[in-house]
Design a protein around this ligand. Structure first.
Ligand SMILES: [Zn+2]
Ligand SMILES: [Zn+2]
Length: 344
């Protein structure tokens, strides 16, 4: 069974930060940070429904215009999330162009942008038909951290605020649970796999009525469809297990407070993506720039008990060095921290 999401760094380990998260079996994707998106095809960009922006340093936000241009004139709602000051940045982008002809478009693009500060989530809507003037604003108080900023039946996205000289969000994407389909169950019931299993799984995620009837295609085409009670089919076919967790940390100073927040957010991640702008020899410079070194990133990955991690955002000063030097440092710190006995 493929994982729910197959994350990939759009620009590798040295280019602008952007982590593309396409959902398998669906035409939807998320994006963590929106630096340069040139390597992403238009087809993939159009799958994006939610963009989570850690902060608006240029290399994390410059891809906004390309995405906006592509979706303009489409019937779509595009969601953006960002840290304190984010709404002003989005409005500044939108104010950078003239929109006198867009009210003629037959389709209406709506942008919903949310800003997460220390106490609340403030969301504003902007519609293409209204020249992207602000339509409405909602506010919601934050009571717990990490705060859940996006949730549906299948997964949730949570965020914390990190210090990078400014507020910078760290994100985690977590499946609520995982559903695997038993192949032996399918053959025992004489059913074939296919698109219907996607809907079947969605019904499990949504905890639909156990007595409803599911029509499933028989493996012998002549037999047409077989009918089952939803709960009975679940019993026969579905194996429920722990969901996948992916975390993303871009641009954070190596401070006790940041480490604790990352450890909580990214705890037990299956895959942690973490910035490592510098090598440890340049740790004083890293501290000054409020970035992590590879050694620090490896140490944090171990503290968060991440199953695996990927480093990114290598500084251009190491062009030609190659990723091995970064991973050597990070792996040594990761192993050392994991081997250290924990406090009783
Ligand atoms: Zn930055
Ligand atoms: Zn950066």
């Amino acid at each position: 069974m493929p994982p729910l999401v197959l994350p990939s760094l759009v620009n590798g380990d040295s280019g602008d930060p952007a982590l593309f998260l396409p959902f398998s079996c669906q035409r939807e994707a998320y994006l963590f940070d929106i630096g340069d998106t040139t390597p992403l095809s238009s087809r993939n960009l159009l799958k994006i429904s939610h963009v989570f922006v850690s902060h608006t340093h240029m290399d994390h936000f410059i891809g906004f215009d390309r995405l906006l241009r592509l979706v303009l004139g489409r019937d779509k709602t595009l969601h953006f999330f960002g840290p304190e000051g984010f709404l002003a940045n989005v409005e500044g982008k939108l104010a950078g162009y003239c929109w006198n002809l867009v009210n003629n478009y037959s389709n209406s693009l709506v942008i919903k942008a949310a800003e997460i500060d220390g106490s609340q989530i403030k969301q504003r809507s902007y519609s293409c038909r209204h020249q992207f003037r602000q339509l409405e604003e909602t506010r919601c108080n934050i009571s717990t951290w990490p705060v859940t900023i996006r949730e549906d039946a299948v997964h949730k996205v949570r965020a914390v605020i990190l210090d990078h000289g400014l507020s910078c969000l760290g994100f985690s994407l977590e499946e609520n649970f995982r559903i695997n389909i038993r192949k032996d169950g399918l053959s025992r019931l004489g059913l074939c796999a296919g698109e219907w299993l996607h809907h079947f799984k969605q019904a499990i995620y949504e905890r639909q009525n156990p007595d409803m009837i599911i029509a499933a295609p028989a493996s012998e085409a002549a037999a047409g469809k077989k009918r089952f009670r939803f709960a009975d089919l679940q019993q026969e076919l579905a194996v429920i297990s722990k969901g996948q967790k992916i975390s993303y940390i871009a641009d954070a100073a190596y401070t006790e407070e940041n480490m604790e927040k990352i450890r909580t957010l990214a705890a037990d991640s299956d895959h942690l993506f973490i910035e490592a702008a510098f090598l440890d020899a340049d740790r004083d410079h890293a501290l000054e720039k409020k970035h992590l070194t590879a050694r620090q990133a490896g140490h944090i990955a171990a503290m968060a008990n991440a199953g695996r991690y990927t480093l990114f955002h290598f500084s251009p000063r190491y062009d030609g060095t190659g990723p091995q030097a970064f991973y050597r440092e990070a792996d040594a710190a990761y192993r050392a921290a994991r081997e250290k006995p924990r406090d009783p």
